[in-house]
Write a protein of this length. Structure first.
Length: 91
């Protein structure tokens, strides 16, 4: 590249900035993706970000009242069976 070549950067300099906070606490200086408020690194790119709906909040049912009561009943049955076997062993 020759020294007399001037790069036209007016469009990029005039484009809206991302505005997300960086880890350093300053505003991100990258240009926002066309039609979005954030740059490609802060969620403006397609496919970035969390999936629609909160899939992480789905319940698995392991701690419902019914399952807790079921486990408690099984534990009591096992304890009673252990005691019965202990009594039969000692006789």
């Amino acid at each position: 590249m020759s020294a007399d070549h001037v790069r036209n950067t007016r469009a990029m300099a005039a484009s809206p900035r991302c505005g997300a906070s960086t880890r350093g606490g300053l505003a991100c200086r990258a240009p926002a993706v066309r039609g979005k408020l954030r740059c490609r690194m802060h969620g403006g790119a397609p496919g970035s970000g969390a999936p629609w709906g909160n899939r992480n909040a789905r319940k698995h049912g392991a701690f419902t009242r019914e399952r807790i009561a079921e486990r408690r009943a099984i534990r009591e049955l096992l304890d009673e069976a252990g005691k019965l076997l202990g009594e039969l062993d000692s006789n």
